[in-house]
Write a protein that binds this ligand. Structure first.
Ligand code: M6R
Length: 610
């Protein structure tokens, strides 16, 4: 999704803006632009990668002296990726960058046309820029102009605005879109995300919604709509800039997969007390099992797939009914929620618009909400009744990997806590499970990582495939959904995850000579059933890559073309090494194909629009 950046200070702004935009690249974009104050406002924009903008800027050497400016990476929603649609959008008097969507842009457009405005782009954002311009013409005051415009705009936004008449000032405001601001001795900086300010400050503000930030060299002030100056809380990040860099790895995705053992250990360790799960959240204390009669897990993409693992383990261990739902569907189907239900929102970024909307829907119905989120202070984390952070560190690759694994780990701990409180599991067994989760699981994942070259050999078999299938049953099917998503999002190979028993009800007609099928068998109670599915596809010519454990492989004659054996680990923990294999397989296929692994086409890291 779009990224915004701004800097005003005692030194050249352009390098800060370009460096910030490069840091925000991971969010996904298709054009970029900057506006700097250099004897008036100068705007430069370019479709495509940041390097094209840098090329264009070489012809504008006067901009290198500017000390105040804003920048943007655009992920197209309204209007094609093109120079004219790239941000900033400027008038004679101001320039604006925007992350979000102006829902009533047509209505605002009509208002502006009546007042003599014309449009240079097809974007919703330009209407916001022109509306602020119109009010600025009316009142001559930036603050009043911005708040007047906000009262007419519907939708989500994080805006950065500069005015020709205020050469050292940047105005910024947000609603339902992320915004970070920081002030250092060198200057004031704003950005969509923490990594972009990290090189300048570890301390920052996340301004509340509709609070106007006014940045000047060395300071930032905050104002309410009625003009009162107020304070905002500072936050401090506990990781440093190197953690958000590749550090010698060819891709962030590979680096982040390799961070899983440590991230798992850190996450599990964080939620253990006296050897048992402890969350330090009042609502998760003793009334919890009595109070909650059903659990609804709501999330998007990979986080939703982690929810499927959560359902498996909560139902199995705690014997509580769990539903898992895609957040974009949740509120529109008006789900039946009872007052004793628990809604869990899973999100790496904590800014996913659909997940945030689902959270608000549940809260509006008076249902208790629990967020499991990686980004501290993000919108989902702030609005939920309680939050459990997953201390995985920054995840930069668009394809989520370590965040999934740690979400699963927290869900395992939650399942265990529920099981203990509901008397389904005894304390001794609970302690043993926690010890395994803390020690054996990270070790098993580490073992998988050491087999990366062998997994790459299997990946070679897949690079020419146009379609492939992942099959498994029960928890293996849940894992297949994630394996399949991982592969298609970064390698552009079409794939489907199927419950192995469901193939024969239609999809098996797609299997022909050489169709690759990845079969996952970690659950012994359904292994023979999955075997039947494997035999069915193999006898129709499928090329089968089997991922299983030695224990299962020994007991059965499983026909396959290639086999990947998972490390020895208790079956209940097999999802952790198994998903690591699936992530590496997807990674190697994409890397061998020469794909842009960390920034796959059309995708954004943080999906802040509905
Ligand atoms: O930040 P979130 O976890 O809420 O993001 C949810 C999805 O957008 C995300 O998992 C997406 O599916 C990733 N591209 C998967 O790799």
């Amino acid at each position: 999704m779009c990224g915004i950046i701004g800097f005003t200070g005692q030194k050249a702004a352009l390098p800060v803006l370009l460096e910030g935009l490069a840091t925000l690249e991971y969010r996904g974009y298709d054009s970029a632009g900057v506006a700097l104050w250099a004897d008036g406002i100068q705007t430069v924009k370019a479709e495509g990668r940041l390097s094209r903008l840098v090329e264009k800027l070489k012809e504008r050497s006067s901009l290198s002296l500017a000390t105040c400016g804003i920048g943007h990476t655009r992920w197209a929603t309204h209007g094609a990726p093109a120079d004219r649609n790239a941000h900033p959008h400027a008038t004679e008097r101001l320039a604006l960058v925007h992350n979000g969507i102006i829902e009533n842009y047509a209505e605002i457009g009509a208002f502006l046309i009546e007042r003599g405005y014309t449009f240079a782009s097809e974007t919703d954002t330009e209407t916001a820029a022109l509306l602020i311009d119109w009010f600025y013409g009316e009142y001559g005051d930036p603050q009043q102009a911005i708040f007047s415009a906000l009262s007419m705009l519907r939708g989500s936004y994080a805006f950065g605005v500069i005015f020709r008449e205020y050469p050292e000032r940047i105005y910024a405001v947000r609603k339902d879109s992320p915004l970070i601001v920081a002030a250092t001795a060198e200057g004031g900086i704003l950005a969509s995300d923490v990594p972009a300010v990290l090189a300048h400050s570890k301390e920052y503000y996340r301004p509340e919604e509709e609070i106007l930030s006014v940045l000047e060299p060395g300071r930032v002030r905050f104002y309410t709509r009625d003009g009162a100056e107020i304070d905002q809380k500072t936050e401090r990040v506990d990781w440093d800039v190197t953690q958000a860099q590749k550090g010698g790895w060819p891709h962030f995705m590979l680096k982040e997969i390799h961070e899983e053992p440590e991230a798992l250990r850190r996450t599990v360790g964080h939620y253990l007390k006296d050897g048992l799960p402890y969350f330090g959240v009042p609502a998760l204390d003793s009334p919890f099992p009595v109070r909650f009669h059903a659990v609804h897990i709501v999330a998007c993409g990979t986080a939703m797939h982690a929810g499927l693992i959560g359902r498996h383990v909560i139902e199995k261990w705690a014997r509580l009914p769990v539903s898992v739902e895609v957040a974009s569907e949740f509120r529109y189907r008006d789900p039946i929620l009872c007052k004793n239900d628990l809604v869990i929102l899973l999100s790496q970024s904590g800014e996913t618009a659909d997940t945030l909307a689902a959270l608000r829907h549940a809260k509006a119905k008076g249902i208790y909400t629990l967020a499991i989120v990686n980004v501290v202070g993000s919108s989902v984390a702030r609005e939920a009744d309680s939050v459990l952070y997953t201390p995985a560190g920054p995840e930069i690759a668009v394809a989520s990997t370590k965040a999934y694994s740690v979400q699963c780990a927290v869900l395992y701990l939650l399942a265990l806590r529920l099981a203990l409180l509901r008397g389904q599991i005894g304390e001794e067994e609970g302690k043993q499970l926690c010890t395994d989760l803390y020690t054996t699981v990270p070790e098993a994942v580490r073992e998988v990582l050491s087999e990366s070259d062998r997994i790459r050999d299997c990946a070679r078999e897949l690079i020419t495939a146009e379609h492939l299938f992942y099959i498994g049953r029960d928890v293996d099917h849940a894992l297949c959904t994630e394996g399949s998503l991982k592969l298609k999002e970064i390698s552009y190979i079409h794939s489907e995850a199927y419950a192995a028993g469901e193939l024969k009800h239609g999809t098996i007609s797609l299997i022909e000579e050489g169709t690759p099928v990845i079969a996952l068998m970690t659950a012994s109670h359904v292994a023979e059933k999955t075997l039947t599915g494997i035999r069915e596809v193999r006898s129709r010519g499928a090329q089968v890559i089997l991922i299983t454990t030695e224990a299962i492989a020994q007991g059965l004659e499983i026909p396959c073309d290639k086999q990947i054996l998972l490390p020895e680990i208790a079956e209940k923990f097999a999802p952790f090494p198994a998903v690591c294999v699936l992530q590496l397989l997807a990674y190697h296929v994409a890397a061998l194909k020469g794909a842009d692994v960390d920034k796959p086409r059309n995708l954004a890291k943080s999906v802040t629009v509905e």
